[in-house]
Design a protein around this ligand. Sequence first.
Ligand SMILES: [Zn+2]
Ligand SMILES: [Zn+2]
Length: 284
Amino acid sequence: MSATPSVSYHGFKQYEFDYPTVILFGLVTTGAVIGLPTFAYFYDYSWVDWTMFGILYIVTGLGITVGYHRLLAHRSFTCPDWVKGALLIAGGWALENSALKWVADHIRHHARCDQEEDPYNAQRGFWYSHCGWLFWKDPYRNEKFASRLKRDPVVMWQDRYYIPIVLSGLALPFVVGFLHDGWIGGLGCFLLAGIGRVFFVLNSTFCINSICHLWGKQPHGTLDSSRDSWWISLITFGEGYHNYHHMYQSDYRNGPKWYNFDPSKWLIYSLSLIGLASELRRAS
Ligand SMILES: [Zn+2]
Ligand SMILES: [Zn+2]
């Protein structure tokens, strides 16, 4: 990847536009902001659509937080390959890139936090760290952050089949809606539990990179801009305790106290009780 810095933006270098990502992001956002309410005005959504929205929000959100983030990026626990594969299919449905790319970016975020090489550098402001960073080709993508991942056959399998995995995650709500109520049912379920769900899960993940690096408390350390926001945990399955996470990255918990709302740690702990996760790492 050899994008050349061209113009300056608030003192930071600017890079080449990433047109395919901009178009995809535009389609999802337009579908969610205009398509979703338009369909509701003419047809309304059924209980099947809302149920599928809830199930897929939870499944794909946990795919990102437990699979991409805590398992692959931070190796905070281990699990059998088939569990890893299932988590990576769920994470792939979130349309946040293949695990190979997402995790390499995230390892670099921790290694270069708040610096020019930080892929979602919050020093460049809210919108850049929230979603603006997606719109430019990143010249700092470095193979060294992906080398460990490239030795993992499950990660490479998910990367190879990423497009079919994404398409299956969008086809699933259409098929369920179609079986319930024909073509209009299929369209409604696709819009709400496919496009709308992708939009909301994307933005909940983005909040970690923007809000959790700009606003909130820093009870665990001030080495970087990471912050704890308990209310962000409510929509991100526990990832809002981001200051703790940055200070104790390999802890399988982001909210370490028993009363912290952290469904991702509850899932990992539950998997360990039935023998599907082991070597859970804790900082204390
Ligand atoms: Zn992390
Ligand atoms: Zn962070």
